[in-house]
Design a protein around this ligand. Structure first.
Ligand SMILES: Nc1nc2c(ncn2[C@@H]2O[C@H](COP(=O)(O)OP(=O)(O)OP(=O)(O)O)[C@@H](O)[C@H]2O)c(=O)[nH]1
Ligand SMILES: [Mg+2]
Length: 433
């Protein structure tokens, strides 16, 4: 099963490291929430605890150095869970905001992606959940208008590039301990976002698909005089956090959703393999029957001929009229109505040409409706480019009468990925009875 990956996307000093530290600590505790994170290996514990100790000592962790990526891993446990997804592995990477700014503030960087950025871009591309972290301070006041515009443009571009059908994003506003009164005076976070980040709001928030969450990873600070005579706001002793549960609950729901989708895919794949095995068995039996005289088939054939003759005779005798074929044809059942395919959408990392297609990944989603009696239905998806057929995937699923099935096809190993070409998906479905 693929591990759900959370990408923390945010510019420098947006609060990613502090948020991740407080969140990981909070969610590692078992509580009434019904889920908890269990770190895998000791690197995760060491990284989180090192940063936590710095916060406890009344200081902030250092800015993450450009080029560094800290990969953290957990098992996500659902307590007393009755679902098939009691545990799911989870990974999150803390990267440098400066690297993200470089990646997303100039389109040409992604178009000619330098080698050293590839692991970071690959990680973000593979992520199924995005936590987009914003520092409210970067978007208020008239201070640095150019910077404000650059910040919004970079984050909007990041969201555009990383947008994928099955990917969910939450917009997290940090340092609410400093700005909660200000945000209230602006009519709440949503209103603030609509007014100060209109491009992001219109594209990603107004549809209500991506939640806005305000958080204070460190909810109490104090001003301290530093050794160089300057004053700095630092974590106050005994500080707590606000808003982490909301992020945790949202993440938990997403992880479970992804896990259940994976399980459904595995089930469909198992069914498909079983069908293939049965088909092979049937073919083998057929070959064996062909070697000896097919007595069984002859008897069946004679029986069918007998029934047909009986039916014709009955029709002729019953109506007293000459047969024009009408009486007989009423015994042939009409062919079942074929399945209906709708809502086909193809998404991939290549249709913008941005990633130079080195990741070789794409997906197709669709809905298949069965208007006739329940049946096994073969769904075939084709991933095409403007130069023609590229690759095909198949699924066989049992769909009840008048039911929809939502199908997803993943194309992970595309061996041909033309640059800057539009891709599109095509799906067909046929009954297997
Ligand atoms: N008051 C307050 N300040 C915070 C909080 N979280 C972060 N900060 C401030 O924001 C600064 C940056 O936080 P980081 O978590 O290091 O930010 P980052 O996004 O990891 O930054 P890079 O590593 O440079 O990308 C900190 O040094 C604090 O000054 C918070 O919850 N409350
Ligand atoms: Mg950091």
């Amino acid at each position: 099963m693929t591990t759900p990956t959370i990408a923390i996307v945010g510019l420098e000093a947006s609060g990613k490291t502090v948020l991740m530290t407080a969140l990981a600590r909070k969610l590692a505790q078992t509580s009434s929430r019904g889920y908890f994170l269990d770190p895998i290996g000791n690197r995760t514990i060491k990284y989180i605890e090192k940063n936590w100790a710095i916060l406890q000592s009344g200081d902030w962790p250092a800015s993450t150095p450009p080029g560094e990526m800290f990969k953290l891993k957990w098992n996500f446990h659902v307590q007393n869970g009755k679902s098939a997804c009691e545990t799911a592995s989870l990974q999150m990477i803390d990267a440098a905001g400066q690297d993200m700014r470089q990646l997303f503030s100039d389109e040409s960087v992604l178009e000619q992606l330098p080698e050293h950025f590839r692991p970071l871009v690959q990680y973000m591309q593979n992520a199924s959940i995005l936590l987009v972290v914003l520092n409210i301070k970067d978007y208020i006041g008239e201070g640095d208008t150019t910077r404000k515009i650059e910040n919004q443009a970079a984050l909007k571009y990041a969201l555009d590039v990383l947008q994928k059908s099955n990917r969910r994003a939450a917009l997290i506003f940090t340092q609410m301990d400093q700005y909660s009164e200000f945000i209230d005076s602006r009519g709440g976070l949503e209103n603030f976002c609509r007014e100060e980040l209109p491009y992001i709001y219109n594209a990603y928030v107004s549809s209500q698909k991506n939640p806005l969450i305000g958080v204070a990873a460190v909810n109490r600070t104090e001003v301290r005089e530093m050794s160089d005579g300057t004053f700095q706001r630092v974590p106050a002793p005994g500080f707590d956090s606000d808003g982490l549960e909301q992020i945790g609950d949202w993440l938990a729901a997403r992880v479970l959703e992804l896990c259940q989708q994976e399980k459904a895919k595995e089930k469909a794949e198992k069914f498909r393999l079983e069908q293939e095995r049965k088909q092979r068995e049937r073919e083998q039996n057929q070959t064996q029957e062909n070697v000896s005289p097919p007595w069984g088939s002859i008897i069946t054939f004679l029986a069918i001929v007998g029934i047909i003759i009986a039916v014709i005779v009955a029709n002729l005798g019953g109506s007293g009229e000459s047969s024009d074929g009408g009486g007989f044809s009423s015994f042939v059942p009409p062919p079942p109505k074929p399945p209906v395919v709708s809502a086909v959408s193809a998404t991939n990392t290549c249709n913008t040409g941005i990633f130079d297609c080195w990741s070789h990944h794409a997906e197709i989603s669709c809905m298949v409706f069965n208007p006739d009696k329940s049946a096994n239905i073969k769904i075939t998806a084709y991933m095409m480019t403007s130069t023609g057929y590229l690759q095909k995937r198949e699924q066989s699923v049992y769909i009840e009468q008048n039911h929809f099935y939502s199908a997803q096809f993943y194309f992970n190993n595309l061996n041909f990925c033309p640059k800057k070409q539009k891709w599109y998906g095509e799906v067909t479905a046929e009954r297997l009875d």
